[in-house]
Design a protein around this ligand. Sequence first.
Ligand SMILES: Cc1cc2nc3c(=O)[nH]c(=O)nc-3n(C[C@H](O)[C@H](O)[C@H](O)COP(=O)(O)OP(=O)(O)OC[C@H]3O[C@@H](n4cnc5c(N)ncnc54)[C@H](O)[C@@H]3O)c2cc1C
Length: 372
Amino acid sequence: MRISIIGAGPAGSYAASLLAKQGHEVHVFEDHDEIGVPVQCTGIVTGALWDLIPKEPSIIRTELTSVKVHGPSQHAEVRLHEYVLDRAGLDKHIAKLARQAGAKFHLGHRFIGFGKNTVKVRHNGKEREFPTDITIGADGPNSEVAKAAGIWAQRQVWGGVQATIRGDYDPHRFEVFFNRDFDRFFAWVVPESATIARIGIASQKKAREMFERITQRYPGKFVGWQSGPIPIYEKRIPVQNKERTVFLVGDAAGLVKATTGGGIITGMVSSRILADCIVKKKDYAKALKPLRKDLALHRLIRRMLNTFTDRDYDRMIRCLANPRLQAVLYNHHRDFPSKFLLKAILVEPRLLIFGQNFIKQLRLPADGVSYA
Ligand SMILES: Cc1cc2nc3c(=O)[nH]c(=O)nc-3n(C[C@H](O)[C@H](O)[C@H](O)COP(=O)(O)OP(=O)(O)OC[C@H]3O[C@@H](n4cnc5c(N)ncnc54)[C@H](O)[C@@H]3O)c2cc1C
């Protein structure tokens, strides 16, 4: 089968590697001339990445062993084991795996629409058509593939703004700031070494203003800027057309965690699910259910956090200081809360103080379910 993948981010190239390995003729079309550039990401991932691809030391900038969580007047240090990646390096590495499996990459090729059993791309100002049986939209939050296939749906998009700033950092600890100053999200300081950190904020509104608030605390020299849209999982949106010839993965399908704005792992998981469905002729929308369940839990936690007062944030920090809760968190990847949320509540029943908010959120009307 001839498969066209639009976008050579982690979701697109990972799908390419899996499908090429199965003997399909895979073509990846990427708008930019260089894979992974420009970077619009902090590049922090859990060890769940190495369940998807073999661990690759050359793309790890630093290993994190703890996070310092700041509330309005308290803080807690939580043990973990996560990774700060060279994000462009990650994209290039997955593309290399896909090439090794036989996928062909067409850089500087922008998808502009569909023809009759073809994808149309623009390259060096000229339009070209490539025959296709299946097309995968891995083209990020503004997916042109979704629009051209008639399966585009509005999604909730946050603005992420980040700078890389010189300073003096602990290279194995990152910091997050929760308080009403960073309304409806949080600010982060993620080291990539002892002298450089990625400092940023994501928010539905006033991202720039909040970004200035956090960077004022770190007066070092700015050595880089990144910003970009983050399509957080808020409701189910279509991920395939009726004919099942066009599919969406990763940010194009809005599969980003609403707690943190992280979408690398969940995007790659969606690619793995899709590749399996194509090979075994299964329904992708149905097969996404377990991933959606975890994303819905992230959404629930986000909705609860959005109702927090400064007092609630401080209460949460006190819960995080509990060593038994820390052990549960340490032993699970935070991408998949369905695997540990109950255990967390059992070892730290004070989390149920927030249950009232949970229940209020559960009573909200269900999503408008409208996917193929
Ligand atoms: C400031 C910021 C910080 C973030 N930090 C983290 C983090 O720490 N951890 C984490 O897990 N996630 C993070 N994210 C989210 C993460 O970057 C995305 O979820 C992830 O990149 C999604 O991967 P993807 O392959 O679906 O899409 P993308 O990485 O967006 O790749 C899409 C690709 O498609 C190409 N493309 C687009 N349109 C076309 C077209 N018409 N034709 C051809 N090619 C096209 C693009 O050039 C791009 O290469 C962050 C996002 C932002 C904005």
